[in-house]
Design a binder for this molecule. Sequence first.
Ligand SMILES: *Cc1c(COP(=O)(O)O)cnc(C)c1O
Length: 484
Amino acid sequence: MDESRKISNDMPYEEFKKNGYELIDWIADYLKNIESEPVLTSVNPGEIKDKLNKQPPQKGEDLSKVYKDVDSIIMPGMTHWNHPNFNAYFNSSGSSPGILAELLSAAFNINGMLWKSCPSATELEEVTLNWLKQMLGLPENFFGIIYDGGSSSTLQAMAAARENIDGAEIRIKGATGRSDLNKLRIYTSEHGHSSIDKAAIILGVGIEGIRKIEVNENFEMIPKKLEEAIEEDAKNGWLPFFVTATVGTTSTTAIDPIRQIAEICNNYKIWLHVDGAHGGTAAILPEQKKIIDGIELADSFVVNPHKWMFCPIDLSAFYTKHPETLKRAFSHVAEYLKTEQDNSAINYMDYGIQLGRRFRSLKLWFVIRYFGVEKLQQIIREHLRLGKLFESYIDESEYFEKLAPTPLSTVCFRAVRQNYDEDQLNEFNEKLMNEINSTGKLYISHTKIDDKFTIRYVVSSLRTEVGHVLKAWELIQKKYLELI
Ligand SMILES: *Cc1c(COP(=O)(O)O)cnc(C)c1O
């Protein structure tokens, strides 16, 4: 054991530098050689646990030993989200400037609950969210705050909307056991994200309080159906208070018509939340601003820079026109948290569940400054082009069919077989996807559309280039031919 450990509780200065440089070298090589790793591991459940010590070490160990175990134990169980052939789910690919910002954030280790608890964290959060607001073309009067994820953002939007119900005084009186309050009702399309359901469960709306609105042939919410549902519910004693429209649904990236939905919401005084967790990022392109047309009529909006803007997980940007309502839903200031700047600065703890808050804005700042808006636009534009390219392969192939339009860069498709019924097709496509994924060369995922097993190929990784798309297509065809 190093003698200096007796002097300092923390790692000594020289040792930190040595370990730090070594780790940076390791990370640089990892990113450089990431394509030589299988994107998806083939380990079985429990395999990683079995290799790890069951008891904590009684005496400290050198980090070099831990690093060795990263190579031999952790790496074999990794799914590499930064891999250029990670085309599953909605990818989150972290960039090098984002990684460095995370390191700095850990080094500062501040808690940004109050302005006073770290003025730079609060003010950098304000400024970077203003930058993002300008990049997306959001209205000037949108107030921004960083949460950990899209699910949190939607939950906090719903809580604010519940607080906003005229005369309900939920903050004071609660939402249960009240004869003076009708049953709460929320709306989203049949393709709305599961986090909306979760938020309804958490906030006492309950699964029965969730109404899913029909979609059209492009999987977009039908505004007329929404209006009919609201009318019908109001007549039957429900209290409609919250609608989520989605810009880029999780299955197919369908874009709900925000403007039309917003007009209905404004008529009935219902809070409109716009979920652009993945798809919202595309609005940094002038030619894609149309996807958030009408956003100025919405009450809140979420986009996740940790999904398609190359910030390491986690960073979700939430915006609302009604910061005072959000504050009413969440602010509860204990005596020991009062400061002399409470009236002159933002205390972000007042606008959400979290008291302790990480310095997340650093990574947004590093990423936007390093790439610049133009380069970020160029990358997103290329992703959209590559999505269309892959779509054209599907369209032109006799072995595959497309199951949804491709408004962004997610292609929904399946293999076709003559004389197969729907069940056989589902089975075949599931098998095909698993065979492809088990090669470790490509990771794709699935959804169900109208009971059809649907394979999704998503281009949104920082490192995906045209060559990767070509290779992916070759592999998909090869595996298909092997299976028939
Ligand atoms: C990913 C996603 C979410 C959830 O975001 P998290 O950050 O994973 O909580 C919500 N809505 C949509 C449309 C998404 O794509």
